[in-house]
Design a binder for this molecule. Structure first.
Ligand SMILES: [Zn+2]
Length: 251
């Protein structure tokens, strides 16, 4: 079984008086999962939402954060033509997320942890995090979880994968094993990343670094081991940022 996440408060479930008593006195940090709706080979369209929510719950319990409601709609790019994929424009997303972050500052939070599940809006999140300091004095750390523990892919699965490959499949297996069926992973084909070419749309809904390596697996034990390593790495990164902010800047 996956380790239970413990009980962190959820912003949407508090009433305003509870919130007033908790923020910032007891909780001065908030964690927000951000994803998009996008085709992912044999795993769900909401993969980029499901995994950040899973990690955010665990980080909130470990690091004493309040869990904010998820931003579900993001900037989907090269997989947009695949059925079920959805996007908003980059400018809209940047503006919306910037204002959402600034809002947390106005609510009394001092620190923001973003758990991002999607590679298509990395620049927009960076700009929004920079603006959140300017607009609201908010300190923030953005975690692109799938980039954080390449050594864990090697250690657990023997290779790095890519989009909708071994890492994201492990994330969904750990979070929602009922949503991953071996039959839908069977016979999946992947396109290999190639820095020398740009393809629009990407020719497969699974992408890997090296042909034949890092393909999806339904192994629950390996998935849980891999996600535990990812969680550890994310927690370390946040703790390191918090310690620096506290010691250097008194925040
Ligand atoms: Zn994804």
């Amino acid at each position: 079984m996956a380790q239970e996440p413990g009980n962190a408060p959820r912003l949407a479930e508090l009433n305003w008086k509870e919130f007033r008593n908790m923020v910032p006195a007891t909780y001065d940090g908030v964690v927000i999962p951000i994803g998009t709706v996008e085709a992912h080979g044999g795993i769900p369209l909401g993969t980029d939402i499901i995994i950040p929510e899973y990690l955010a719950e665990r980080l909130a319990a470990r690091l004493s954060l309040i869990i904010a409601p998820t931003v579900n709609y993001g900037v989907t790019r090269s997989l947009l033509p695949y059925p079920g994929s959805h996007t908003v424009t980059s400018a809209t997303f940047r503006q919306y997320v910037t204002e959402t972050f600034a809002g947390f500052g106005r609510m009394g939070f001092r620190k923001l942890v973003v758990v991002n599940g999607h590679g298509g809006h990395i620049n927009e999140l960076k700009e929004a995090a920079q603006a959140a300091y300017g607009d609201a004095g908010l300190f923030s750390i953005v975690l692109h979880w799938w980039l954080m523990a390449p050594e864990a892919s090697e250690e657990v699965f023997g290779a790095e994968g890519g989009h909708a490959a071994v890492e994201e499949t492990a994330g969904v297996v750990a979070a929602r094993p009922d949503l991953v069926k071996a039959a839908t992973l069977d016979g999946l084909k992947a396109a290999t990343y190639d820095k020398g070419v740009f393809r629009m749309p990407f020719p497969r809904s699974v992408g890997v670094r090296e042909s034949g390596k890092g393909m999806p697996s339904t192994d629950v034990k390996k998935a849980e081991r891999y996600m535990a390593l990812v969680e550890e790495r994310c927690a370390e990164a946040v703790e390191e940022a918090f310690a620096g902010w506290r010691e250097e800047l008194g925040k």
